[in-house]
Structures are given as C-alpha cells and as structure tokens.
Design a binder for this molecule. Sequence first.
Ligand SMILES: Nc1ncnc2c1ncn2[C@@H]1O[C@H](COP(=O)(O)OP(=O)(O)OP(=O)(O)O)[C@@H](O)[C@H]1O
Ligand SMILES: [Mg+2]
Length: 294
Amino acid sequence: MKLAILSRNGKLYSTRRLVEAARARGHSARVLDPLRCYMRIAEGQFEMHYKGREIDGYHAVIPRVGASITRYGTAVVRQFELMGTFTPNGSDAILRARDKLRCHQMLAADGIGMPVTVFGDNPDDTQDLLSMLGPPPHVIKLNEGTQGAGVLLAEKLSASRGVIEALRGLYADFLVQEFIAEAKGADLRCFVVGGRVIAAMRRQAPKGDFRSNLHRGGIARPVRPSEAEQEVAARAAEVVGLGVAGVDLIRSARGPLVLEVNASPGLEGIEQATGVDVAGAIVEYIEARVREGG
Ligand SMILES: Nc1ncnc2c1ncn2[C@@H]1O[C@H](COP(=O)(O)OP(=O)(O)OP(=O)(O)O)[C@@H](O)[C@H]1O
Ligand SMILES: [Mg+2]
C-alpha cells in the first residue's frame, strides 16, 4: 500500500510513529506538508502536485491537519478523496469536529450525554442565558482555547457575568457549561479506531485544578473504560464521521458525558500511558478498509 501522511512536521512524534508503523508492515509511507500540496480542479478532473511533482497512486492518506490550517488542509484532504484515495477522516468530518458548537448540537441530537451547554451572541441576553443553564458553578470555555488554556471555573453568578462581559468586550467566542463536580478533575481520553476504543487513559488534574490537561500538569494512567463508556465514545466518533478520533469523556452521576471529539488526536500521550501500539492499529484499520475498496 502507498500511504501519505499529511503533516506540517515530519519530526512530530505522531507523524514519525505513523510512518514507522506503515513501513514496519511493508507499506511505503511519505510525509506531505499539506501547505505544499497544490491542486488543479476542472470538470471531473482532480489533480495535485507536490513540490513540482504530480501526486498520484496513493491508496490512503492520514490527515494530521492542525487547527490553524483547517481550511486549506481540509481542501487538500478533499482533493485526495476526489482522486479516489481512502482517508479514515474525511474533510467534512474534520470540519464538523473543528466546529465545537456544531459538534455539540450533532452529538446532543443523537442522544449522546454531554454537560448542558449554552451560548449566545448579545450581551443583553446574558442574564437569561445563564438562567437557561442553571445555578453556578459554571465552566466558561473559549472556542479557540486548547490544552485547558481557555477554560475557567466561575463559582458564583456574579463571577460568570463578569467573565462573560469581559470576554464579550474582547469579541471572543465562548460557550458556558454546567460544572460536573463529581468528575473530580479527571477525564478519559478514549482513542477510537474504526468504531472501537483501542486504547484509553484517565487524566487526573493536579491538586487545586479541575482541568486534567497533560499540558497543565495532569497525570495520565491507563484505564479500561466501561462498556457504556466505550459505546458512547465509539458512537460520538461515528456521529461526527471520524474513523480515527480522540473522544474525551467525563464521568458524571448521570453517566459518561462527551467533552470533545478530536480529529487529530496525539499519539504520544496515549501510547506512553497505555503501551498500546496506536499507530499500528491505525495502519491496520486502513489496510482493511483499502482491501475492501474503501
Ligand atoms: N463541564 C465540565 N465540568 C467539569 N470539568 C470540566 C468540564 N469541562 C471541562 N472540564 C475539565 O477541563 C479540561 C479542559 O476542558 P476541555 O477539554 O473542554 O478544553 P481544552 O482541553 O482546553 O480544549 P480542547 O480539548 O478542545 O483542546 C477537561 O479535560 C476536563 O478535565
Ligand atoms: Mg481537552
């Protein structure tokens, strides 16, 4: 099989591991910088070049497209799809995963549990918006935030209002959620490949924080999610349309709640915490799908 990995940086752990896993299974694997792929679009004809040469004959492409280049990156993935290349994560699914509000709406429509979430546009509506959510504490999340940086806890209604006013003043995009206190600062990262959870880790926030992000000092341990948790994670990936996804869950009194569905989940944290060959599992899934003809 001829495989391409779309990634801006071939030295990144995840990219390296995917190349390694593909080659170990006898495939050819090449890292392509999505920003160096350029395209010709004509009636029923789709062509792509890379640094002066035609890109052709790839059986599969693994997108590792960062959030900052979502638009161009997904256009490149779409071009591959139009050229008949298999991808575990299609361009539309990546776009759905990147839009948090849309993602929340789609998951909720499917009956998947999640923290109750509100969002609005006009400052005049803040008071009623918060009353739709219920009493504090509230979790306020910036849409552009990642690795826990844009997530904060407001314990009192006056704090919620104050933070929201400040964010509106900065024209920031955000959503507000009920705080799931019983999660006790832990979440579960379920790594889903082809509709199955193949590895999972529990991340625990450092003392005094409720955010379990590893970049904020969270500690990861391997965990065996319950049947219900595995089902919710697999279903969330399916609803968004991702063959490979990192689904973040928190444990609540009313069952597992989905926080996020990630279309380019990192391999380093999960492989190190669990010892599972996640890259190998991704390549094997792609092999099977390419053999079946997509
Ligand atoms: N509603 C909530 N109740 C309790 N804890 C929460 C809630 N939302 C988030 N957390 C905690 O805060 C952490 C960070 O939140 P979240 O994953 O939503 O943001 P992020 O990591 O900054 O963004 P992203 O995951 O989209 O990159 C979660 O891993 C979880 O531990
Ligand atoms: Mg997160």
